[in-house]
Design a binder for this molecule. Structure first.
Ligand SMILES: [Zn+2]
Length: 203
């Protein structure tokens, strides 16, 4: 099977995303890139994560053509693909609708450094890309223009996207940024959060 290892990584990490509480139902999507072959494996659209088999994961090329698989790829495949086209250091992308990151995205504001762990995004804050229709080229473009050079971006009124050199790292960043977003929401509810100054972030 073409890109078996990457398809299996997508399958397993979709389950992890669900079990870690980073998504619900069939929302969110994951892709893993094979740089040597110039192909990426991406989760299928609207499929129960517990039902996904490696062959249900779709293989696409960098022009957006389906190379292998019978399922429809995630509608956000353009948003994933742009990272593999534009960044040489990214080999995995995770997109979630995790509750607290999405809550902050609904403010249309960046997630500030309520703890130093925001630095996992590659910046002193996680920027928020303006809203665009899910699955649109415009969403992919706005996301990449806003924070494509970083490891994490909020999508206004939608969710979070993270990128990493491998899937473990992209998942770790998604989990940690969700945790920071949770602390930010809690601290805003009980008072005014203190924000870690840029120079104290520990870069
Ligand atoms: Zn989404």
């Amino acid at each position: 099977m073409l890109l078996y290892d990457e398809r299996e990584l997508v399958r397993v990490n979709c389950l992890k995303m669900l079990e870690k509480g980073l998504t619900k139902g069939t929302s969110g999507n994951i892709s893993v890139f094979n740089r040597e072959k110039g192909l990426f494996a991406i989760s299928p659209s609207s499929m129960d994560y517990y039902q996904i088999r490696p062959e249900d994961v779709v293989v696409m090329d960098l022009e957006g053509k389906i190379v292998d698989g019978t399922r429809k790829p995630s509608i956000e495949n353009v948003m994933h693909r742009i990272y593999y086209v534009e960044r040489e250091d990214v080999n995995a992308v995770v997109h979630t609708h995790s509750t607290f990151a999405t809550a902050v995205s609904c403010l249309g504001e960046p997630l500030p450094a309520v703890t130093f762990l925001v630095r996992l995004s590659g910046s002193y804050e996680v920027p928020c890309a303006p809203y665009a229709k899910p699955g649109s080229e415009e969403l992919a473009r706005l996301n990449f223009e806003t924070g494509g050079h970083l490891n994490a971006v909020l999508l206004e009124s939608h969710g979070l996207i993270t990128a990493g050199p491998n899937i473990d790292r992209a998942m770790f960043i998604a989990e940690e940024i969700e945790e920071v977003a949770k602390l930010y929401c809690i601290t805003r509810a009980i008072g005014t959060p203190k924000i870690v100054p840029k120079e104290m972030m520990g870069f």
